[in-house]
Ligand binder design. Structure first.
Ligand code: HEM
Length: 471
């Protein structure tokens, strides 16, 4: 049966469009008094930013820039989502039909490759304490400035009482993210431009860029065409949010690149080239598949071209001439590596919509001198999908952490160099790092991305927030 498409007025804005943002705050909370929480939530619902509103905001920003405006428009966003323990606390007992969500990320941590210790047969990941016990929900607040964020946080806490105690709920953790300064705007902490490749959603992103694949709505939204599972009626137009608190060891990563610089170039160029080989894109964002030997900032900045590749270049696609099989972007979206199999395999069910933001300070001089991280920094990673077991969990566990993926290659690809996790974090290798020695396995001495927590949440539709959550 063909289901009609979603109405953007019903969908939370972070899911299908993505907030316009300079700053973003995530508030994690525990519900204490169910009755008063539900009443307060009903009052918060009109403040929640829908996909429709985000689309209008982005339109205004575009028009403002086109008319020569250089200042930032005051724009903000507010979304809310609940974990399984949150649903249970609220007395919502319907099964949403996603095993990973139901168990929660803490239970999934070992399967994802997170490090930890086992005692009495129970695995405890090396996470911060907040994520080692229940978190009922997350409130995401985005804005153009700290003032906007502060106003939104104040307004939200006035409506739902995130009091230390005796309120309807209380905050257990607040994490603040920010777009990096100056020319690093849009780049994650290792220095690479992020947020280039996301799938287009059918009937929502109606003008996809060349190379941007369109997925059916049900790959991201529950209950729509392409959702593999039958869900409770009220789950329609919701989406699962996988949140990960990922720390990045930036000076250690930079030091590795310098010490293993690809030969035949200056040390700086060789280090830059190795970094690009590990990601599959240059720091500028230019994809190696289109710019294999040297960075091309013009290509990188051109949305008509910067995602238009499939790893099926006219030369033998079974080589790592242009891009290592285990480069981060190839591992997490292998394109022709699966489509070219006999019989072809689709990547559609594995596509996720990414909405992360960096956290933590820029590198200090001391950290650069000592090649050692002294202050925490990384990525507040978020992604949306209609099924965590098919989406985030699969990409992390069965692709990034699986040395034999992509399949049927002449050399074993190795771990996703950036996010792949091994039982022994010092044991990772990757082939194809040096295009002139593609069969050589390069040891990756440590894991430079370190998860310190996370949870799986469900981001309900506006109608569900009114009918099933609030009262
Ligand atoms: C793409 C960085 C974690 C999945 C990218 C890109 C960068 C990047 C620079 C290229 C820009 C783009 O294509 O939009 C990072 C960093 C991470 C991280 C620094 C950790 C701190 C993750 C995780 C996942 C993931 C945990 C999922 C399990 C993806 C996907 C793409 C991507 C699906 C797009 C690939 C494509 O369509 O070509 N990431 N990422 N990333 N990343 Fe990550």
């Amino acid at each position: 049966t063909v289901v009609p498409p979603a109405d953007p007025k019903n969908v939370q804005g972070d899911i299908t469009i993505g907030f316009a943002k300079r700053l973003e705050t995530a508030i994690f909370f525990i519900v204490d008094d169910v009755d008063s929480f539900r009443k307060q939530l009903a009052l918060l619902v009109p403040k929640i930013t829908t996909a429709d509103q985000v689309a209008n905001d982005k339109d205004s920003i575009k028009k403002h820039k086109q008319s020569g405006g250089t200042d930032l428009l005051k724009i903000s966003g507010l979304n809310i989502a609940f974990s399984q323990s949150g649903l249970t606390k609220l007395g919502i007992t319907d099964d949403l039909g996603d095993a990973a969500f139901k168990e929660g990320q803490f239970t999934d941590a070992q399967n994802l490759g997170d490090k930890g210790s086992t005692s009495g047969g129970v695995f405890t990941p090396d996470w911060i304490p907040t994520f080692r016990s229940a978190v009922h929900g997350i409130i995401i607040i985005a804005g153009d400035s700290q003032t906007t964020i502060d106003e939104r946080v104040a307004e939200t806490t006035q409506i739902i009482h995130l009091a230390p105690k005796n309120g309807s709920c209380h905050q257990v953790l607040r994490l603040d993210g920010a777009v990096r300064p100056g020319d690093q705007k849009g780049h994650e902490h290792f220095g690479f431009l992020d947020g280039i490749s996301n799938p287009a959603i059918e009937k929502i992103d109606v003008n996809p860029f060349p190379g941007q694949e369109t997925v059916r709505q049900g790959i991201i939204l529950l209950g729509r065409n392409g959702d593999p599972t039958t869900r409770p009626a009220w789950a329609l137009d919701g989406s699962f949010l996988a949140f990960r608190y990922l720390f990045q060891l930036v000076p250690e990563f930079n030091d590795f690149l310098l010490h293993n610089a690809i030969p035949g170039l200056t040390p700086e160029e060789g280090a830059e080239f190795l970094g690009a080989r590990l990601f599959g894109r240059w720091k500028s964002g230019a994809p190696l598949d289109l710019a294999p030997l040297k960075d091309d900032p013009v290509l990188a900045a051109d949305p008509q071209r910067n995602n238009n590749f499939r790893y099926n270049f006219p030369e033998d696609p079974q080589t790592q001439d242009r891009c290592p099989f285990a480069a981060h972007v190839r591992k997490t979206n292998p394109r022709f590596d699966l489509e070219g199999l006999n019989p072809p395999a689709s990547t559609e069910a594995r596509r996720i919509v990414r909405r992360g933001i960096p956290f933590g300070p820029e590198l200090s001089a001391q950290e650069q001198q000592q090649n050692t991280t002294l202050q925490g920094r990384g990525l507040l990673f978020r992604c949306y999908q209609s099924d965590i077991t098919n989406g985030f969990q699969f990409v992390q566990h069965s692709w990034a952490n699986n040395t034999a993926f992509p399949p049927q290659k002449p050399e074993t690809p190795g771990f996703d160099a950036i996010i792949g996790q091994a039982a022994d974090p010092t044991s990772r290798t990757i082939t194809g790092a040096d295009p002139k020695a593609q069969t050589t396995a390069l040891p990756l001495p440590i894991e430079w991305v370190v998860p310190k927590g996370g949870e799986y949440f469900f981001s309900p539709s506006i109608p569900a927030l009114k009918s099933t959550f609030g009262k």
